[in-house]
Design a protein around this ligand. Structure first.
Ligand code: KE4
Length: 436
C-alpha cells in the first residue's frame, strides 16, 4: 500500500511551523529533503530498525541517525546505561571515571589511538585535530579531498561533500578566503596529483585529512595504492596523516577503515557510533602528538560538555556491544544481500546503476559508470535518484535523502527487512522505467 506522505500531513504542518523558527525547518541541512523535494517526515519514535512518523507511517530505517545506530534504535544495553547514568546527574564540568573508561575502550578497539580527547561532535573533532597537527608541526598547510566532508569547519568547508554538496554549496559563503588559504583540495583516489602536491608543498604541509572510505559523496572506496602512498608521503615529509573516521569508525570494522586497509594514521577522528546517538566526537592518535593538547601541552581546545557522563555511558555501552558481539560478519552478510538485490532489481527494469559498498555502508549511484571520485559521483542522475528515493519512501523504506550520502544497515536488520526493502526497490525501479 502506498503511504500518503504528501502535503496534507502532520509532518507538513510541523515543517511549516518549524520553518518559521528554524532556518529551513531543520537543525541540519542534510535532513531537509532539499535535493529530493517534498516534506521530511517528522519522526515520533524509533525502535530497532523502524521509524514511526507523526502521521502513523512506519519505515525501515537505513539512515540510523546518519550512522550512530549500529545496533538499531533504543538498544536495551544503551538505554539502560543512559538511565543508570541519569540517576547520578547529567553534567558536572568536572572529571568522571566514565571518561577514562570510554577512552580505554577506544584505545582497545583502535590501537593507533594512544591518547584521545572527547568532544561533542565530529566537526569539533576534525577542527581540533587540524589545530593540533598545525601546532605539532609548526606548519599551516592542509590537504583535503574533493567530496570529503569533515563537518562545517571553516578551513575544511571547501569542495566539501554531504549536505554542502547536496545543496550545491560545497564552498560556503561566510568562509573568509584567509580561512582556506592554506587548504589544498585534491581529487580523491588520484595518486599522481597527491605526489605532485607533496613535491610542490611538502615542507609547508601540517596534515592530510581524508575519509579513508568516503561516505559524503556517496560511498567511495579508496583505490588499493591510494592510502599506502599517502602514508609513505606523510612519513617522508613529516606530515600528520589524519583519518576522519567519524563515519567509518566502528562502522566498517571494529577498528575502522584503518583496520581493514592496514594503514595506520597518526591521528583519527571519531563520532556517530562512539556516542550511540548521544552527542560525542573524539580525536586522538600518537601520544607524542596528543601531549601537545592543553592542559598537557599548549594547543588549546576545550568544551563545557565534553566527556558528558550520560554520553560517556552510552558510548561505553555501544563499544562493549561491539567488543562482545562482533556484529561485522552479520553486517557484511546483510550488506552483500542488499547490494546484490538492488543491482538485480535495477537490471530487471533497465535502470543503469553502480553500487559502492563496504560492509554495512553503501550507495546506489544512478549512473552506468564506476564511481571513484567527486567527478564520477556527480555524473549520477540526481533526478532518477529522487524518484527512486520517493518511490522507496512511499513504500516504507527510509533512505538517505541525497544521492551523495551513504546508507547504513544495522546489526538488527532482519532478513524480512531486506526482503521488504528489495521488493520496494524493484517496484520503485519499475515505476521509473514505466515513466520513461
Ligand atoms: P558532525 O559535526 O555532524 O557530528 O560530524 C561531521 C562529520 C565529520 N566527518 C565525517 C566523515 C562525517 O560524515 C561527518 C558528518 N556526516 C554527516 C552525514 N554525511 C552528518 C549529517 C548531518 O550533517 O546532519
Amino acid at each position: 500500500m502506498l503511504r500518503d506522505t504528501s502535503c496534507r500531513t502532520q509532518s507538513e504542518r510541523l515543517f511549516h511551523e518549524a520553518s518559521r523558527l528554524i532556518p529551513g525547518g531543520v537543525n541540519s541541512p542534510a535532513r531537509a529533503f532539499g535535493a529530493v523535494g517534498g516534506i521530511p517526515p517528522f519522526i515520533k519514535r524509533g525502535q530497532g530498525t523502524r521509524l514511526h512518523d507523526v502521521d502513523g507511517n512506519e519505515f525501515i530505517d537505513y539512515i540510523g541517525s546518519w550512522g550512530p545506530h549500529l545496533f538499531g534504535h533504543r538498544h536495551p544495553a544503551v538505554l539502560e546505561a543512559i538511565q543508570r547514568a541519569l540517576e547520578t546527574g547529567t553534567s558536572f564540568g568536572a572529571p568522571t571515571e566514565a571518561e577514562a573508561e570510554l577512552a580505554a575502550l577506544v584505545r582497545e578497539l583502535v590501537p593507533s589511538i594512544e591518547m584521545v580527547r572527547m568532544v561533542n561532535s565530529g566537526t569539533e573533532a576534525t577542527m581540533s585535530a587540524i589545530r593540533v597537527a598545525r601546532g605539532f608541526t609548526q606548519r599551516n598547510g592542509i590537504i583535503k579531498f574533493a567530496g570529503n566532508y569533515h563537518g562545517h569547519v571553516d578551513s575544511l568547508l571547501v569542495a566539501a561533500g554531504s549536505g554542502a554538496l547536496t545543496l550545491g554549496c560545497p564552498s560556503s559563503p561566510g568562509v573568509p578566503a584567509g580561512a582556506t588559504a592554506d587548504t589544498l583540495v585534491l581529487p580523491y583516489n588520484n595518486v599522481e596529483k597527491l605526489q605532485q602536491a607533496f613535491a610542490a608543498n611538502a615542507d609547508q604541509l601540517a596534515a592530510v585529512i581524508l575519509e579513508p572510505v568516503v561516505g559524503n559523496m556517496g560511498c567511495v572506496v579508496p583505490a588499493p595504492e591510494f592510502l599506502s602512498e599517502l602514508r609513505r608521503l606523510c612519513d617522508q615529509h613529516g606530515t600528520v596523516l589524519i583519518f576522519d573516521e567519524v563515519m567509518t569508525g566502528f562502522r566498517v570494522a571494529r577498528g575502522g577503515a584503518q583496520e581493514i586497509f592496514g594503514v595506520t594514521p597518526d591521528m583519527t577522528t571519531l563520532g556517530k557510533i562512539l556516542g550511540a546517538g548521544m552527542p560525542v566526537g573524539a580525536y586522538g592518535g600518537r601520544a607524542d602528538i596528543m601531549l601537545n593538547v592543553s592542559p598537557a601541552g599548549k594547543v588549546y581546545q576545550a568544551g563545557t560538555l565534553s566527556g558528558n557522563p550520560v554520553a560517556m555511558a552510552a558510548g561505553k555501552a555501544m563499544l562493549q556491544l561491539i567488543r562482545d558481539q562482533n556484529p561485522y560478519p552479520r553486517l557484511e552478510q546483510l550488506g552483500k544481500q542488499l547490494e546484490a538485490g538492488f543491482l538485480a532489481a535495477a537490471q530487471q527494469h533497465g535502470i543503469a546503476v553502480q553500487t559502492n559498498r563496504i560492509g554495512s555502508m553503501l550507495t546506489v549511484f544512478m549512473t552506468a559508470d564506476p564511481v571513484f571520485d567527486l567527478d564520477t559521483a556527480t555524473a549520477s542522475c540526481t533526478d532518477t535518484f529522487s524518484r527512486w528515493f520517493h518511490g522507496m519512501l512511499n513504500r516504507g523504506i527510509y533512505l538517505p535523502c541525497s544521492q551523495f550520502e551513504a546508507m547504513f544497515i544495522s546489526a538488527v536488520h532482519t532478513d524480512a527487512d531486506i526482503a521488504e526493502t528489495l521488493a520496494a526497490a524493484s517496484a520503485a525501479f519499475a515505476d521509473i522505467s514505466a515513466a520513461g
